[in-house]
Design a protein around this ligand. Structure first.
Ligand code: FES
Ligand SMILES: [Fe+2]
Length: 319
C-alpha cells in the first residue's frame, strides 16, 4: 500500500503497533455467531461458541482456502462453508464429516489464532507482528465504588496512524487552538512502562457557582484508555483505538455514567459527552491531512510529546 507522493503523510514511517486492541463490543457477537474482522492489516474471524467462549482465528481454511467468515458455529466449533471441516478455537481441525481420518497436519493447531479477552464491555484481541504471546493482561477500566451504566457509543474510521490519535491527549496547546478551551490544560502526568496517566484540575463556572473539576486520563498499552470527568459532572469515557492498518484507525468511544445519576445531572453528563465527541470531530480533518513529523521542533508550552513517543516506541517491533 502506498502512502502517496510524500512518504511522511499519514504516518508512513510508523508500523502497526503490538498490543491488546478492542475489535468489537461484547454484545455485538452472540453465542453461535461468526464475524469477519479487518484489523492489523489482515483479516480474521471472530466467533463465539454455544457456551459463550470467544475465538479469533485465521479467515482461510487449510483445506482448499474457503473464507470461514461465511461459515457457521456448530457447538464449540467453527464449520468451514465449503466442505464443512470443523475447527476448534485453538485452530485445529476436530471433525471432517465425510472422511474416516483427519490429516495429522491439521489435527494440531494449523491456522493462526489470536489471543482474545473480554472486559469493559469490549472484546480485545492481542496483536503481535511476530506472533509473540501477550506481554501484559487486559485490565478493567471501571473505577471502583460506582455502578456504571452505558450512556452512548460512538465510532469513527480515521485515515491516520493510531499513534497520531493517541498523541492528541498530550498535545496541550491544541485544546485552545482547535477546541476553543479557555486555557491550556496543565495536568500532572506520569508515564511508567505501559501505563500513562494525566490528571488535570480546573475551576469550572456553573450556574451553581465555581466547581472543582477533574479530568483523569489513563492509558494501558496502545489500545486501552479511559477518561473520567468529575466535578461539574461524572462521566467515564472508554476510548479505544485499534489499528486497521498503518494508515487507518478505528476509534470507539463508550460513555458511561454512574447508575445513581438522573435528571439534570444526567443532562449535564450528556452535554459533557457531546462536547468530547465534538472535539474528536474537530481533530479529524487535521489528522487526515497532516503528515507524521518524526523530528518535530517543539517549544515551551508544548506537552510531553517526546515522552509519549518514547513510551509508544516500545509497541513497535520489526515484522
Ligand atoms: S475449504 Fe474448508 S472445508 Fe474445504
Ligand atoms: Fe483533540
Amino acid at each position: 500500500m502506498s502512502a502517496g507522493p510524500d512518504d511522511r503523510r499519514a504516518g508512513a514511517h510508523l508500523p502497526v503497533p503490538l498490543g491488546w486492541f478492542a475489535v468489537a463490543h461484547s454484545d455485538e457477537i452472540a453465542a453461535g455467531e461468526v464475524r469477519t474482522l479487518r484489523y492489523f492489516a489482515t483479516e480474521f474471524v471472530l466467533w463465539r461458541g454455544k457456551s459463550g467462549e470467544l475465538a479469533a482465528t485465521d479467515a482461510y481454511c487449510r483445506h482448499l482456502g474457503a473464507h470461514m467468515g461465511a461459515g457457521k458455529v456448530v457447538g464449540e466449533l467453527l464449520e468451514c462453508p465449503f466442505h464443512h471441516w470443523r475447527y476448534t478455537g485453538q485452530g485445529a481441525v476436530a471433525e471432517i464429516p465425510y472422511s474416516r481420518s483427519i490429516p495429522p497436519q491439521v489435527r494440531r493447531p494449523c491456522i493462526k489464532v489470536w489471543p482474545v479477552a473480554e472486559a469493559n464491555g469490549l472484546v480485545y484481541v492481542w496483536h503481535h507482528p511476530r506472533g509473540v504471546d501477550p506481554l501484559w493482561q487486559i485490565e478493567t477500566l471501571f473505577p471502583d465504588g460506582e455502578e456504571w451504566k452505558l450512556h452512548a457509543r460512538h465510532s469513527w474510521t480515521v485515515k491516520v496512524h493510531i499513534q497520531e490519535i493517541n498523541e492528541n491527549g498530550v498535545d496541550y496547546p491544541h485544546f485552545v487552538s482547535v477546541h476553543g478551551t479557555k486555557s491550556m490544560p496543565e495536568p500532572q502526568w506520569k508515564i511508567d512502562g505501559i501505563y500513562r496517566r494525566s490528571v488535570s484540575t480546573a475551576k469550572m463556572q456553573t450556574p451553581r457557582g465555581i466547581v472543582d473539576g477533574t479530568i483523569d486520563s489513563r492509558a494501558i498499552g496502545p489500545g486501552q484508555a479511559s477518561v473520567r470527568f468529575t466535578g461539574i459532572s461524572d462521566v467515564l469515557l472508554l476510548n479505544s483505538m485499534t489499528p486497521i492498518d498503518r494508515f487507518t484507525t478505528q476509534a470507539r468511544f463508550d460513555f458511561y455514567y454512574p447508575a445513581r445519576l438522573e435528571g439534570s445531572a444526567e443532562r449535564v453528563a450528556a452535554a459533557v459527552a457531546r462536547d468530547v465527541v465534538g472535539q474528536f470531530d474537530q481533530d479529524i480533518p487535521i489528522w487526515e491531512s497532516k503528515r507524521y513529523e518524526p523530528d518535530p521542533i517543539l517549544c515551551a508550552g508544548d506537552g510531553p510529546i517526546l515522552h509519549y513517543r518514547r513510551q509508544y516506541a516500545q509497541y513497535y517491533v520489526a515484522d
